[in-house]
Design a protein around this ligand. Structure first.
Ligand code: URA
Length: 242
């Protein structure tokens, strides 16, 4: 059976404020559904393929939201600002109201691919260490990277507060100073600490891939876009199999 809901409840579920606020938006004629103004908050609509606008902005009903962002530098991956604005200020308010969270955090000065969703099970699936979703970072180092340093990253290096060594899954040298480094885990400051362990230093860090999903070249820093179901599936796909 196709599920139907009153427009007021739909807008509330999609993050447009309290039931009362949603009712006011509708009664004021600020909402269209499938191309027509609807000023009846109690009108029922099927949730399937439901397109609506609020104050002229187009939306599609989504039980859960999945999106990717190109995180810019000088933004924090937290909901509460500490020293810098948060990445959530780059999203439309209704999405933030829905309680979206990023999957794994990037440092304030790290840029690149970050996944944001309000689906708790999906967050668990992608971030759980059990699933070993590999992540690829473009690392610009302060000093030219030697062959010995490259080998050490692949063989395993010892981080300051860790007992066992930790190795990159893969490292590709792009230029004297730039590496593409693939990691299976996401320990705190892991790339910076691994590069420090080979007596070098990270000058710039950008995440360019999670699983088999690449950061699109045309997604500018600060921009975001919806993820299709196929793109969501790429996140848990082994890149060597894709
Ligand atoms: N490793 C780091 O050191 N910083 C990041 O932001 C991500 C991985």
């Amino acid at each position: 059976m196709i599920k139907k809901l009153a427009l007021e409840r739909i807008l509330h579920k999609q993050g447009f404020g309290t039931r009362k606020m949603c009712r006011i938006l509708i009664v004021n004629g600020q909402v269209t559904v499938n191309g027509m103004v609807c000023d009846d908050p109690d009108a029922n609509f099927s949730l399937e393929d439901l397109h609506y606008t609020v104050n002229g902005e187009a939306w599609q009903y989504q039980a859960n939201s999945y999106l990717m962002m190109h995180k810019p530098a000088h933004y924090e991956c937290t909901h509460k600002t500490q020293f810098h604005p948060t990445i959530y200020t780059l999203l439309p308010q209704p999405l933030v109201e829905r309680g979206v969270q990023c999957i794994g955090r990037l440092d304030e000065d790290t840029t690149g691919l970050i996944i944001i969703t309000d689906d708790g099970q999906f967050i668990h699936k992608i971030s759980s260490p059990k699933h070993h979703v590999p992540k690829v970072y473009a690392v610009t180092c302060k000093h030219a990277v030697s062959a010995d340093q490259l080998s050490a990253l692949l063989a395993g290096v010892k981080l300051l507060d860790q007992e066992e060594t930790i190795a990159a899954l893969a490292v590709t040298q792009i230029s004297d100073y730039v590496l593409h480094m693939t990691l299976a885990e996401g320990k705190y400051h892991q790339v910076k600490r691994m590069i420090a362990a080979i007596s070098n230093r990270v000058e710039a860090l950008k995440r360019i891939q999670i699983g088999a999903l690449h950061l699109p070249e045309d997604l500018a820093p600060g921009a975001w876009c919806w993820l299709s179901p196929a793109q969501c599936a790429l996140l848990s796909t082994d890149p060597s199999q894709s």
